[in-house]
Design a protein around this ligand. Sequence first.
Ligand code: NAP
Ligand code: HSE
Length: 433
Amino acid sequence: MSQLAVINIGICGLGTVGQGVWKHLARSRAALECRLGVRLRLHRASVRDLRKKRSVAVPTAKLTTDPLAVATDPAIHIVCELIGGTTVAREVTLAALRLGKTVVSANKALLCAHGPEIFAAARKHGGHFFFEASVAGGIPIIKALREGLVANRFKLIYGILNGTCNYILTRMEREGLGYAEILADAKRLGYAEADESLDVEGWDTAHKAGILAFLAHGAWVPTNKMLVEGITRITQTDLQFAREHGFAIKLLAVIARDFASGELFVRVHPTLLPAGKVLASVNEVYNGISVTGDVVGETVYIGRGAGQDATASAVISDIADAVLLLRRGNAPLPAPAGSRCPLAPPERIRSRYYLRLDVRDRPGVLAQIATATAREGVSIADMVQRPGARPGSATLLLTTHVSNERAIRATLARLKKLGSVLGAPLLLRIADF
Ligand code: NAP
Ligand code: HSE
């Protein structure tokens, strides 16, 4: 064993994920060393607060409050950036890459915002960047897209990519609780981001959708060009309607490519998914991704999408790949290069829609609503009326036949102007994949 090369690992950030990586690397080190043919050493780690109690015992001499000292330590070969955010994390990542080091990251926000800069720095200085843990927690979806499915072009990828939201929607459905109450549990369990609005407002899913779009199509899509909606307005009324009509509500990322025009559609929104679809039964913190390749057909991946252990599993897989790269030069395959890939504007999305409207319960209201939809060429497929939350009000739940985003938005604008419509209507899309 003593002649084996030593690979020193530095960990920037010992929070939920960092402690998981420390714990599982310490436990499985001997087996990994045997398979990789090197000695692995947890060399150093950085935290913000040295006094904070941690679930792993890290010798004080190995701890620092300076992540850049870890990233630039000449003895360290592999730097794990597990801090999160896009400021310190970016500095740490670029500093390590500029020294030709290998960086392993779980940071989808950073990659989505600065992907081209990160890969350019890696190329220029001979460093490498691994990011399996950035999408779908423990599911090896990056490896699947990049390696296992290399023969394919991807017409459609859709999936549940945020564990926190899926956990919240599942428990709302099963236990009848409100989302804010369950979010507190998601935070306690280490599923949620430090800024949980990234989860519940859909941005974390959008970051992951951006990474999958890059891997599948070679194009970086900024999140401000995507349609992004979160789960904060979903209520028991919506979940019950969905269940009664044969759907589950899931926060989905959809990445679709029209190979005739080249156009790419990337969007994130809560979706009524037919109960018969595999992903409709993916619950709790689990993520699920359907990938349709032109050669392989549909493939589906399910696994825990957030939390300490699932994420550590993905980070350690990257560490193993990084070791193989350092020892044998096995570099990962690059993403497909530069095909023209214009982003389709959201108005081009076609879908069936679900609308929830709170209205005054009085004669003529249904006629006004039917007129508003008819004026925009939107055809109502189904309508249910329920007692409203306020006296003299009613809740209308309706679905449409296939329409498009421009027409449904124009319909919403008309509805909002009606004196009989109370508050902002809720609009959800119905999946017809
Ligand atoms: P976390 O629990 O908040 O841990 C962050 C760590 O970074 C902590 O150790 C913290 O130090 C340190 N840190 C924070 N700000 C710092 C700063 N300005 N300077 C130096 N150190 C700083 O976060 P996490 O949940 O482990 O997530 C880490 C990354 O993994 C994020 O990019 C996240 O999106 C990603 N990720 C998380 C999960 C998950 O399930 N949690 C899953 C996949 C990917 P202290 O401990 O001293 O405060
Ligand atoms: N907050 C993220 C989630 C962590 O809930 O999915 C995993 O990326």
